[in-house]
Design a protein around this ligand. Structure first.
Ligand code: UN1
Length: 508
């Protein structure tokens, strides 16, 4: 087996510097935290972080700005997002390159992530003219009942490394048109991308006449996040990350009666029914399981295959996994880049060890790819055949590890899909319409995203994105997810000139 040759960290540092220069962002150098590239696993820059007093000052400034921003007409608020979208288009290549450099996504996927930023910006601009309320029939004569939506306040965003720019954009573009201001604590593993996004938004604000204080970036770790989460001026905390993180954030925010929007782990399954078109299912499964090196919250973790097709599907699937090119994400032929760090590699190996102890069988992959850079974490995507009821299947391992389980009846497949604590995404591959409808119905998959004849990942921004159970219940992106970023008021106007109590009460 040959050793994977990787570029020199020195060159990657120069590339990162050049991207940031073209974008116009400056790096606050210091030694509080380190920007790293997973391509070699080595540090790029030492950074200055935000301490407690900076965090508090950012929230105070965001709150101060909110008091004026909330009265700016929503279509005008949309102008800052429109300009932001233009700047993202202009710097599409630079942002994508930075994403590849800092989180290791292959170029096509990094480019796609920036496209997702553009898509949500377009969506939010349209939304800025559509923050509709309702008129509701009043039970009283000559009374009008209306529902209005008003800006909520400061939105605190805590984002993960795996969608370092798009998930922030989902939250920020929508929050801004809703009249909120934003304080963002990105993942420590994606500070450079955050600096780039923050700079482009600041430029958009300046060029569209919006106040600079609508957005604040905090670089830092857990402590910075906790200060943000506990601040009563932060009306909504939108957090993406692990279930333990969400459990802690949700409880702390609830304790002060704040609102939270949680996008946590997934343990997503695809069902391969006997009638499935395997030509369609195979590439979809491959992308969902091994794309982004298995580091999407929507990544496919469990393949639930009908017993009649498993022997046909498995050899083809394992052969396809075997051929997956793992390597430098800047290499055009690479489909699987590095893991973000050594930690998920270790967790993947532990999971494989547990599975094999439990009677499961590793069919392909799972071995670390030797590289010229010792700290990098490249792994061959793995497929494991395992008993459907093995406890390890209920856990999410954030790495390219796919469990294959078998089933006999659709009811059993649905029960298996639902028998995990997480509830983000599920799909079924079938040509049987009745089966598809049942899978989508109230007695079907219990996830927030449910697909037919496509994989579990790669949702479009137009729909509401999020999931149930330990995934946290939040919804971001399109549809009516903007409601989470606003406060609702119900108002009744009496134009009858008379006293009329609801429920026919007489009080005279
Ligand atoms: C995530 O992994 O946190 O649906 C977000 C998808 C992307 C977003 C994933 N649009 O896979």
């Amino acid at each position: 087996m040959t050793t994977l040759a990787l570029p020199a960290t020195e060159d990657l540092r120069a590339r990162a510097r050049a991207c940031l220069d073209r974008i116009g962002a400056t790096v606050p150098e210091g030694d509080d935290l380190y920007a790293r590239t997973p391509i070699t696993g080595e540090d790029l820059f030492g950074l200055k972080g935000s301490g407690t007093s900076e965090t508090e000052a950012a929230v105070a400034a965001a709150h101060e700005t909110f008091l004026a921003w909330r009265s700016t007409p929503a279509p005008r608020r949309g102008q800052v997002v429109r300009r932001f979208g233009e700047l993202v288009r202009e710097h599409h290549d630079d942002l994508a390159e930075l994403i590849t450099l800092e989180v290791g996504k292959i170029e096509a996927e990094a480019y796609g992530e920036v496209q997702e930023m553009i898509d949500i910006a377009d969506y939010a601009v349209g939304l800025s003219r559509q923050l509709y309320g309702r008129v509701i029939a009043s039970e009283r004569a000559e009374h009008r009942m209306v529902e209005s939506w008003h800006p909520l306040g400061v939105v605190g965003i805590i984002s993960a490394f795996n969608f370092p720019a798009a998930v922030w954009s989902w939250n920020t573009t929508v929050a801004l048109v809703c009249g909120d201001t934003v304080v963002w604590k990105p993942s420590e593993q994606a500070s450079l991308i955050a600096l780039a996004c923050d700079h482009l938004l600041a430029r958009a604000a300046e060029e569209s006449g919006a106040p600079a204080g609508i957005h604040h970036l905090l670089l830092g770790g857990r402590e910075t996040g906790e200060t943000l989460v506990d601040d009563p001026r932060v009306a909504l905390v939108s957090a993406t990350g692990s279930v333990p993180m969400g459990r802690a954030v949700g409880a702390r925010v609830a304790a002060r009666f704040g609102r939270s929007l949680l996008e946590l782990g997934g343990n997503n399954a695809a069902v391969i029914a006997p009638s499935a078109d395997l030509e369609l299912a195979l590439p979809a499964v491959l992308f969902a399981a091994a794309g982004t090196a298995g580091q999407r919250c929507t990544s496919l973790r469990r393949l639930i295959v009908h017993r009649d097709v498993v022997d046909v599907l498995l050899p083809r699937l394992t052969a396809a996994f075997e051929r997956l090119p793992v390597g430098d994400p800047f290499d055009k032929d690479t489909l699987v880049g590095p893991l973000i760090s050594r930690a998920p590699l270790e967790r993947m190996r532990e999971a494989i060890a547990r599975v094999t102890d439990d009677g499961g069988k590793l069919l392909v992959g799972g071995d670390r790819v030797e590289t010229t850079a010792g700290s990098a974490a490249y792994v061959r995507p793995a497929v494991v055949r395992i008993d459907a009821h093995s406890p390890v299947v209920r856990e999410e391992t954030f790495a390219p590890l796919l469990y294959v389980l078998t089933y006999d009846t659709l009811d059993e497949a649905i029960a298996l899909q639902n028998d995990v604590p997480q509830g983000l995404s599920a799909s079924i591959f079938t040509r049987d319409q009745q089966e598809a409808e049942i899978f989508l119905s109230a007695v079907g998959a219990d996830t927030g995203l449910v697909n037919v004849n496509l994989g579990t990942s790669g949702a479009e921004v137009g729909g509401a994105f999020g999931g149930e159970k330990e995934t946290g219940g939040g919804r971001a992106c399109g549809s009516d997810a903007w409601h989470a970023y606003m406060r609702r008021s119900t108002s009744v106007v009496n134009y009858s000139g008379e006293v009329a109590l609801a429920q026919n009460i007489s009080f005279s």
